[in-house]
Design a protein around this ligand. Structure first.
Ligand SMILES: [Zn+2]
Length: 342
């Protein structure tokens, strides 16, 4: 194997320090450490698991999961990927952070228990701010500069369930669009969710786009547990995408059909509850609907004489995600209806 030469990320600007060698050839696990002194951990270090596999010269791929702490398929898929690979099988380097928002992952919460922050709304971050901002800064300032591509695994968390899909961002100048779409297609899911240029740029996707690094995310089930089919989609998708990037030499069957390209771009894509009650769905994630189709009802078993309220689709498309919280209040998320890309 030719000797590889990979750049060690520069952590000097971060308050999170690496207690792991991310550049030398080989395979190793370790952790990053955030100095954050609070009532629960005075003068201590909050640890974030990290791992790397450094093989022969090639691209560096940053693999992230646990940006939200109640999304479990990604952390399991990255753990299984790490355990399944040896450096001799890798052309390039994998830097793996399976629980990027580790305090949230350990608490099983979407946002950080340390500061309440949503990590995917915290980019580019700030090393001198609270933990969520410091983690975002670590990715933006230390890891993206050494990355040639990023894969960021999500799911619907405890609150919702997503049709397994890969997400490709479209940037304002379009420079990364072909690379992002090619990665998302290579992931091999039936659906690719294309993010518009107006997508929230405080996300991992947004930070990667700003840094000029191709990036996909994935939504993989959810509901507060590890789903068997979404986990398989994650594992297959990771290997297919790493093969596409030239990191793995797997051979995969070609896709039976190109993915369905969808976007959340039209008013009416977010279906919310108009009133309090229990949401009883009539259709489920993965179904295609026409405008006006019945999606479900808000029912009030606590008010036996109340009539159920119909919830209907305002636009045609694919039910991309559905709530896993049955009790709704006005404004509660019920479903996303994604439109087919024109
Ligand atoms: Zn997420």
């Amino acid at each position: 194997m030719p000797s590889a030469s990979f750049r060690q990320p520069d952590f000097t600007a971060s308050r999170i320090q690496a207690e792991i060698d991310l550049a030398s050839p080989g395979k190793r696990g370790g952790h990053l450490g955030l100095l954050w002194s609070d009532n629960a951990n005075p003068l201590g270090v909050y640890q974030f698991p990290a791992a790397c596999i450094v093989g022969s010269p090639g691209p560096t791929v940053l693999l992230l999961a646990g940006v939200h702490g109640d999304e479990y398929e990604g952390p399991v898929a990255l753990d299984r990927l790490y355990k399944s690979l040896d450096p001799e099988q890798i052309r390039g380097r994998l830097i793996i952070l399976p629980m990027l928002n580790a305090p949230a992952c350990r608490a099983g919460t979407r946002c950080s228990p340390l500061d309440g922050g949503n990590l995917n709304r915290a980019f580019p971050g700030d090393p001198d701010e609270r933990p969520t901002q410091a983690i975002a800064h670590l990715v933006s300032a230390c890891l993206l500069p050494v990355a040639d591509a990023v894969i960021d695994l999500h799911s619907g968390g405890r609150a919702s369930w997503f049709v397994p899909c890969a997400l490709a961002a479209r940037g304002r100048d379009g420079a990364l669009d072909p690379a992002n779409l090619a990665m998302a297609t290579a992931f091999g899911a039936d659906v690719v969710w294309v993010l518009g240029a107006a997508n929230d740029n405080r996300s991992v996707n947004g930070a990667a786009t700003a840094a000029g690094v191709p990036c996909i995310a994935a939504e993989l089930g959810g509901g507060g547990h590890v789903g068997i089919a979404p986990l398989q989609a994650a594992e297959t998708g990771l290997r297919r995408t790493l093969t596409h990037l030239g990191v793995l030499g797997d051979s995969h069957d070609p896709l039976a059909a190109p993915p369905r390209l969808v976007e959340l771009a039209h008013a009416g894509h977010r279906v919310t509850a108009p009133e309090p009650g229990l949401y009883q769905p009539a259709r489920q994630a993965g179904d295609s609907v026409a405008a006006g189709d019945l999606l479900g009802w808000i029912v009030r078993p606590d008010c036996p004489d109340d009539k159920p309220t119909e919830i209907r689709a305002r636009i045609p498309g694919l039910i991309l995600a559905e709530t896993r919280h049955a009790w709704a209040v006005p404004g509660s998320f019920l479903a996303f209806i994604a439109s087919d890309l024109a």
